[in-house]
Design a binder for this molecule. Structure first.
Ligand SMILES: [Zn+2]
Length: 60
């Protein structure tokens, strides 16, 4: 009944695992640079994607 810490909190690589994958090359996308209403570039891979691909304003 002892709720011991069998799984120590991992404090490494947590944020990177939450990065979305690029729909074109599958690499992790760190940032998205929006160039216009219909143009955006994912970084660091540099693929062109549609703005709002990863950002959901009303995503609960
Ligand atoms: Zn890409």
């Amino acid at each position: 009944m002892s709720d011991g810490a069998d799984h120590p909190p991992s404090s490494e690589g947590v944020e990177e695992g939450e990065l979305p994958e690029c729909p074109h090359c599958g690499r992790r996308v760190a940032t998205v640079s929006v160039l216009g209403p219909t143009d955006a570039v994912a970084a660091p891979c540099g693929c062109s994607i549609a703005p709002g691909t990863f950002s959901e304003p009303d995503f609960e």
